[in-house]
Design a protein around this ligand. Sequence first.
Ligand code: IMP
Length: 480
Amino acid sequence: MNDSKRLASLLQAYQNWAIVGGQWGDEAKGKITDLLAPFFDYVDRYSGGSNAGHTTYVPAGKIVGHLIPSGLAQGKTCIISRGVFFDLSAFLTELSEAGKVLGKLPPIFIDEGCTVRTPWHNYLELWSERARGSKWANTTNRGIGPMASIRAARLDIKLADLYGGKEALLEKLELLRRIYLPIFENMKTAGIISRIETAEEVGLGLASEAAQIKDYVLDTRRLLLDGMRKGQRILFEGAQAALLDATWGTWPYTSSGDAIAGGVFTETGLPPSPLGVAMVVKILPTRVGEGPMPSEIWNRAEAEQYAKDHEELFKAGWERSEFLSALLSKINSKQTSPAEISQYFQVLGDERGSTTGRGRSVGFIDVPIIQYAAEINGPQFLALTKLDTLSGLRSIKVAVAYEFEGRRLQSGELPSANRLHEASVIWEEWPCWTADIRSCRDFNDLPAEAKALVLKLEGLVGIPIRLISNEPSREAIIVR
Ligand code: IMP
């Protein structure tokens, strides 16, 4: 059976599927969405906002998406559902960048009920991050937290408001401004912002951007529902990941959206119905921003700064190869520091945020986190990414369980979110392999240690690993 037939049979049991992240984001969900998109009619983003970043490698180059789902490169109709925090200027930039790489774009539709960003949201985020001081969440600065809280307070501006009467829009904007004006004035006095936009200015800016996307805006719930009734298939692309979910993640160090599979229905308005779930898990988890990560290798702040300070190492060439091979020998002879181990994986895996450019802090394999995310998402299978990053290592550390309050936690159990940092890790060391596995396209061609590692992980999580990605390119996939 060729890969296309194997993928078709993998997806056969359900009409619709969701792709969700099983760690702290950046698991390469975009690549898996791009891979599976040919089997669907629609690809839908249902939560998050321009804080997300997904990279798709296509023959003509690379597309970095933030709001538009990763079905774009496969020419699928792309939907941005109501649960997405919508940033008009980010969308327009993304549209133009994608057009440069792909030429003609497929249809894209945005729900008329999406909450839209204003410059005031960014001011509020800046203010709240400062007020939180050393405990700041270190957000992506895309206004997501304020968009979520203002939406919850029913004070938000919806996309549809930008196509209605000018008076009504101004009235809503005036109210929003009036409520937060004392904060803006404090910020201005403190020199944090230089001016406070009037409602008229914000309204004019939004209306002119809205005019450029008028044909994209409609009731996406009805569009998807009609499609479903006709037997068309929808692939829902999750944003962020289980541990960043506003309710089920490592609160309060999470994002503000519904990042889990359960969010598909609340955020699109579709009625609950059977849904296949593929959970994407990166072999070594990464994290940006603030919050606990029990298997983390190095210091978060230093790891984040590292990529910014060493851009040269992230570009293909002699310097990068020398650096990687020198560090690999040190790691294998156990003469290295956590900082160097982290740097090795950061450079090797190009672990830099596609939204912020920050370096991502890397962790060793963390089984309890995947077990928890699998309980929340209920996936039919896992897609394991970046397995090739372990090639050449003698062995890798694996967090196989956590201990908390003197007890070994069961599979799927975590300390309450804001006490995860108190968990201690029970480690094992699993053997790795020397061969370069990047060209393997069949599970049986992998070295014995790689197969054993995949099977052991699968056994501990209790969910089959059906897809294994071993390079960024679209073709680099093993379908089991
Ligand atoms: P926000 O979503 O910008 O409010 O950021 C809240 C937290 O979620 C911060 O720690 C961010 O770094 C993190 N975060 C948000 N989106 C992503 C993502 O797509 N990948 C990884 N981390 C993210």
